[in-house]
Design a protein around this ligand. Structure first.
Ligand code: ATP
Ligand code: MG
Length: 116
C-alpha cells in the first residue's frame, strides 16, 4: 500500500476526485492548506508587498489530498494527474509518495488492503 499526498490548485479538486473515483479508491482525506514551492508564492505580474513592505515568502491556498491505495494503481493516478490536473504554469503542485505498513478498518478489524 502507498499513501499519495497530492498538493494541487483548489480549482483542480473536482478533476482529482474524478481520477480517484476512476481507480475505485476506498476513501480520501482532503484539507485546505497554505503553501509555497520554489517561487516562494510569488505570483507572476504581482508585486509581493503588504502595505509597502516587501515580503520574501507568500503562502498561497492549495488543496492537500491524502489517499492510501494499492501499489498497482499508483502510476495510473500519477499519469492521470499529470495529464488532467496540470495547467503547465508554475504552482501546479506536487505528489509525495510513501509506503504504508498496515491499515485497520475500525468497525470490522479488517487489516491491510482489505481495510482500504
Ligand atoms: N518541498 C516541499 N515540501 C512540502 N510541500 C511542498 C514542497 N514543494 C511544494 N510543496 C507544496 O506544493 C505546493 C505547490 O508547489 P509548486 O507546484 O509551486 O512547486 P514548485 O517546486 O515551485 O514547482 P513549479 O516550479 O512547477 O511551481 C506548495 O504551495 C506547497 O504547498
Ligand atoms: Mg512553484
Amino acid at each position: 500500500m502507498k499513501e499519495l499526498v497530492l498538493i494541487i490548485r483548489p480549482e483542480m479538486l473536482e478533476e482529482l476526485k474524478e481520477i480517484l473515483d476512476e481507480v475505485h479508491c476506498g476513501g480520501m482525506t482532503i484539507s485546505s492548506v497554505m503553501g509555497c514551492g520554489t517561487q516562494k508564492g510569488v505570483v507572476e505580474n504581482k508585486v509581493n508587498q503588504i502595505r509597502g513592505f516587501k515580503i520574501n515568502i507568500n503562502l498561497l491556498p492549495k488543496i492537500c489530498a491524502q489517499v492510501v491505495v494499492e501499489d498497482d494503481v499508483v502510476e495510473r493516478i500519477i499519469s492521470s494527474v499529470r495529464e488532467r490536473v496540470a495547467s503547465g504554469r508554475v504552482g501546479d503542485g506536487k505528489i509525495f509518495i510513501r509506503s504504508i505498513e498496515d491499515a485497520v478498518r475500525i468497525r470490522t478489524g479488517e487489516r491491510g488492503s482489505k481495510a482500504l
